[in-house]
Design a protein around this ligand. Structure first.
Ligand SMILES: [Zn+2]
Length: 81
């Protein structure tokens, strides 16, 4: 859950446990799992967009309950100078 003031991110909370996510100068400075999902035609939520944020601890607890593990791959970030 995000609180904006003049389009700048002011506060952010984990939707599951309510923990305050650390933010410095509108930048998120801790691990957070953000979902911004548009439901499609075959869903009962067609036309709706759902968004939420989870702290890393809640993400771990929720995904631990999955029958099949989250797929994990390494990735490299490329920075253009
Ligand atoms: Zn949480």
């Amino acid at each position: 859950m995000r609180v904006y003031k003049e389009q700048k991110l002011q506060k952010m909370y984990c939707n599951n446990c309510g923990k305050s996510i650390e933010i410095k100068n509108s930048i998120i400075i801790e691990g957070v799992f953000t979902v911004d999902y548009r439901w499609g035609y075959f869903s009962e939520k067609d036309g709706k967009k759902h968004s939420f944020d989870l702290c890393e601890k809640c993400y771990d607890e929720i995904t631990k309950k999955f029958k099949y593990n989250v797929e994990e791959r390494e990735y490299t970030e490329f920075f253009n100078s």
